[in-house]
Design a protein. Structure first.
Lengths: 201, 199, 223
């Protein structure tokens, strides 16, 4: 899936805004929003929040994980852990990008937060690349991907699945060749045992 | 008769298409004709030889017969691959330009390809019309996720007052920035008065 | 199935809903949208063509035209109008992208899909009627072009268009990303019959064919 599509999906995230107008609830297909009371926080989808912000109809309430100390903790934990830690939000990359681009003035220490999030992503990205390398050098065709977010999974797409498809093809050819030569052989190498935990515990 | 290998021309045909930078290069009428002639000639040779074999019972010619048959199939395969890939590119035209092919591209198509395009276009149109309650949906637009009904624009040429549908009047002075309904200002963007600010 | 919906801000009457017989199942527009979003994600990430979501699609298209109609009376610069309009554009994108993804597969694997479809009974058809017709016309178009430009000039034994090697097939063993929606025990994940238990919410990369049944039954979502 393309980055614009991942952003599109992330935009469905519900987020807090403080409107500067008053209005009855709006019944969207995806769920009702409002009532809107000037000065009182209310939850809306991110796509609408960004529009309201651009029209100067609201302030955005950053999600609670967009906070320097918390992100610092996450970054340190990510550094320490051999595996991927759980992110505070499945769409943390899309959400932080959209909010920081469009409503940086509503985010205390926006610059610092931007840096921290980039750090976290970079650490995870490096980890992901190492994991893939190890995984591809093994003989498995299956792996668990726990705690990776959709955005991260798709940064390695289509490379990872594509490489695996090729490896699997060679393995099938090799197995077929092996069958032709030995009828009773147990030395198959298509197994994925022991090679499926590079991405998570 | 053939200094070169069998089916070499047919293979060249695909290679050329693959290398071409144009969306659709000119249809290789002459090459296609030559390939079809090669096919005919190989076939006739085989027919003649098959007759010789059945008359004389001489089986030593069998491998040659098989070899030629493989050459026939390779020719067919390459030629169809050439046509098939061109059809794929021709379909892209429908999604890119709509039901009318731009003349400079049309010049590169052969008559049957133009017919193919028209039939494809018709077939796609009636499929799209069949979606929903007779209203239909155009699948060839909105190829990317919708970003906004409103867009951020910068005024790059002095324009002056511009009235929006709701009666609001905005002043489009040079270098001023606005957040406006996309539909209403698309014409101004095309005319080069406003430019879309991309973040 | 019918829409049980909250549309009071658009003054859509609920009369239709009251006329429903007891057997008819009510589903909210929100749920229909969710189903369509999932179907869209599945279709985009799946090498094979999945069962067409005709019912969900029709419900949502009905909802959209209802709303389009009712929105005509709203002021175009009203926040309410804009919120609805923006959402409708998003829904429309999901629908068109979903249908486009299917068309692309139909165009690429035409003959393969038609053969599979013919072997399925009515209950298990994957294409909508319109898609099936489109696929047939599409296949016909290619065959007749081949005939017209090349095959008719070839010897009789080379004129066929239905040889096996001319069928383009998807690689069902290609790797996909998967999120388990429910706990599923003992899923075979490797060629040596290795099994793992999928925990709800867990994510995996795995050849599609090994878990295609989980996608079809809704126990897992492609991501």
């Amino acid at each position: 899936m393309e980055p614009c599509e991942l952003e599109f999906i992330g935009e469905n995230t519900i987020i807090g805004v403080i409107p500067n107008f008053t209005m009855d609830p709006i019944h969207l297909i995806s769920g009702s929003i409002g009532p809107f009371r000037a000065g009182l926080p209310v939850h809306v989808p991110l796509w609408l929040a960004i529009h309201m912000k651009k029209q100067q109809k609201c302030r955005i309430v950053p999600p609670e994980w967009m906070e320097v100390d918390l992100l610092e903790e996450i970054r340190e934990e990510e550094k320490r852990s051999k595996f991927f830690t759980k992110m505070p939000d499945e769409h943390y990359m899309v959400i932080s990008k959209l909010i920081l681009c469009n409503a940086a003035d509503d985010v205390p220490s926006a610059e610092e937060i931007r840096t921290k999030i980039k750090d976290i992503f970079d650490i995870r990205d490096a980890k992901l690349r190492t994991s893939i390398k190890t995984f591809l050098q093994g003989s498995g065709t299956y792996a668990k991907l726990d705690n990776l977010t959709q955005f991260e999974i798709h940064t390695v797409r289509p490379l990872l699945p594509h490489a695996l498809d090729h490896i699997a093809r060679y393995q099938r050819a090799a197995i077929a060749a092996e069958r032709r030569t030995t009828t009773m052989s147990n030395s198959g190498f298509a197994g994925s045992s022991g090679h499926n935990s590079f991405f998570s515990q | 008769m053939w200094e070169k290998q069998y089916a070499e021309k047919a293979f060249d045909l695909i290679k050329e298409l693959e290398r071409s930078n144009e969306s659709i290069p000119e249809f290789q009428d002459e090459e296609v004709r030559q390939i079809l002639e090669e096919v005919k000639a190989i076939y006739e040779e085989n027919v003649a030889q098959a007759a010789t074999i059945s008359n004389s019972g001489d089986k030593t010619l069998w491998p040659l017969l098989n070899y030629r048959h493989a050459a026939l199939q390779r020719n067919k395969r390459c030629l169809l691959a050439y046509l098939y890939e061109r059809l794929r590119r021709i379909r892209c035209l429908r999604w890119e330009y709509g039901p009318v092919i731009p003349p400079e591209i049309k010049a590169n198509l052969c008559e049957p390809e133009i017919n193919y395009f028209n039939n494809y276009s018709k077939s796609l149109a009636s499929y799209m019309l069949s979606i929903g309650d007779g209203e239909g949906i155009d699948l060839t637009t909105d190829l990317r996720p919708p970003k906004a009904l409103y867009v951020e624009v910068r005024c790059i040429e002095e324009y002056g007052k511009f009235e929006l549908e709701d009666g609001e009047v905005i002043n489009l002075t040079k270098n001023s920035q606005h957040y406006l309904p996309r539909q209403q200002i698309e014409a101004l963007i095309r005319q080069g008065i406003l430019e879309h600010i991309v973040q | 199935m019918s829409l049980a919906d909250v549309r009071d801000d658009l003054n859509i009457s609920d009369e239709d809903d009251q006329n429903l017989s007891d057997e008819e199942e009510l589903i909210t527009a929100q749920k229909v949208l969710e189903n369509l979003e999932n179907a869209w994600l599945n279709e985009q990430n799946c090498p094979d063509i999945l069962p067409h979501q005709t019912e969900m699609l029709e419900l949502m298209l009905g909802q959209i035209s209802h709303m389009d109609e009712n929105m005509k009376s709203l002021d175009k610069n009203d926040f309410r109008f804009i919120a609805h309009k923006m959402e409708l554009e998003r829904v429309r994108y999901i629908i068109t992208s979903y249908l486009r993804t299917r068309l692309k597969k139909i165009e690429k694997f035409t003959k393969h899909i038609l053969i599979e479809e013919d072997s399925r009974d009515d209950e298990h058809k994957r294409l909508s009627e319109e898609e099936t017709q489109y696929a047939r016309e599409f296949h016909q178009g290619i065959c007749s072009h081949f005939n017209q430009v090349a095959l008719q000039y070839m010897p009789p034994n080379l004129q066929g268009t239905d040889e096996k090697q001319m069928i383009v097939r998807p690689n069902l063993l290609s790797h996909i990303y998967l999120k388990a929606k429910k706990d599923v025990a003992s899923v075979v994940v490797g060629a040596d019959d290795e099994e793992v238990d999928l925990v709800a919410g867990s994510q995996h990369i795995i050849p599609y064919q090994l878990i295609s049944d989980l996608v079809l039954s809704g126990k897992a979502q492609l991501i």
